[in-house]
Design a protein around this ligand. Structure first.
Ligand SMILES: *Cc1c(COP(=O)(O)O)cnc(C)c1O
Length: 341
């Protein structure tokens, strides 16, 4: 298959339309079969539920070219399962996870010419999403929905090398207890925009959100989970019902235990104890792990000694092992890799 003429190594993280996208509509209580289409525009009524009351959820995952030239995706079943949970929480119909996986594989295959070659560091980002599409003016769930998946090639996350991030403890909250922090919904991002613009204006890369009820415990950033490493090489990650269950974080926890033989703790982490950690990273599909070098808590600087200049040694091992699995250089646990072609 002929690849598109794209400068893969200089791609950023932006939208580039590819040839095909998947669309399925929910009407009269059922999803239709779904089709691949070349039309990248969505046409909906001015009063559509998504436009008035933000009834929309999404997912994000990637397709890669492995060392031996196959196109694969990483644990799409978990994205499908998570999207089911997200939809339920917003009173939307579930797009079944088996159909979700099928559609992901179908749309990646149809855009195989856009999957970056092995070794470029670039990947094909896959964006499944769903929204209320019929007119809704009284506040209630929509009756009709559209589920779509588009793909877009994205560049290597660490272009020009890894630079550890400087983040701040935010005065804004991301998620309320018993709220929607644990689902992947656009509404969580809309309300984080002010906090991130403000953080950037103040010279920080990201916000560290604390638990909204007590502002004592570490939760996550706007779009990634935390992973810490103690001075005696234990991996520690926050446990809370209001953080988004990152598939990358869950995979790294498995890798830490089963591939690297490290001890892992998933528990509440007080902001107070962060100063004692050796390394800190942000986990998500986009970067796998971005190292954090410094956390600023209202003028008080917490420096992570293991990762001020580059990735800390344990973070690096976790990163190398998981990306090795994804790129087919290391044997993957059963069921993690779905081969597209
Ligand atoms: C998507 C997302 C993550 C990362 O999840 P992955 O499944 O690892 O990509 C973390 N936090 C939030 C708030 C997210 O929306």
């Amino acid at each position: 298959m002929e690849k598109k003429n794209i400068d893969w190594t200089n791609l950023g993280f932006g939208y580039i339309a590819t040839d095909k996208r998947f669309v399925s509509n929910f009407k009269d209580g059922a999803w239709d079969e779904g089709v691949l289409t070349e039309d990248s525009n969505v046409t909906i009524n001015e009063c559509a539920g998504v436009l008035q009351y933000a009834q929309t959820v999404f997912e994000g995952l990637k397709a890669y070219t492995t060392e031996d030239g196959h196109i694969v995706t990483f644990r799409p079943d978990l994205n499908g399962e998570r999207m089911e949970q997200s939809a339920k929480r917003l009173e939307m119909p579930v797009f079944p996870r088996e159909r979700f996986v099928e559609a992901v594989l179908q749309v990646v295959k149809a855009n195989a010419a856009y999957v970056p070659p092995y070794g470029t560091g670039a990947t094909l980002y896959i964006r499944p999403y769903m929204f209320g599409s019929n007119p809704v003016i009284g506040v209630k769930p929509a009756d009709e929905y559209q589920f779509r998946i588009f793909t877009t090639p994205v560049g290597p996350y660490f272009k020009g090398g890894v630079k550890p991030l400087t983040i701040r403890v935010s005065d804004f909250d991301r998620a309320a207890p018993h709220g929607t922090g644990h689902i992947k919904a656009g509404l969580n991002y809309a309300m984080s925009l002010h906090a991130i613009v403000d953080a950037h204006q103040q010279g920080f890369d990201e916000n560290m959100y604390l638990d909204a009820a007590t502002r004592t415990y570490v939760e996550e950033t706007g779009g990634a989970n935390f992973l810490f490493v103690t001075k005696d090489n234990k991996v520690v990650t926050p446990k809370s019902s209001s953080i988004l269950p990152s598939i990358t974080r869950r995979s790294l926890v498995y890798v830490a235990k089963e591939y690297l033989g490290l001890e892992v703790e998933e528990r509440e982490i007080a902001l107070e104890e962060v100063k004692d950690f050796a390394e800190c990273g942000l986990c998500g599909t986009a970067a796998v792990i971005s190292p954090v070098g410094k956390i600023v808590d209202h003028g008080k600087e917490i420096c992570l000694p293991g990762g001020m200049e580059k990735m800390g040694p344990i973070t690096q091992k976790l990163y190398d092992t998981l990306t090795g699995i994804q790129m087919g250089r290391l044997e993957a646990p059963k069921g993690w890799i779905y081969v597209v072609e």
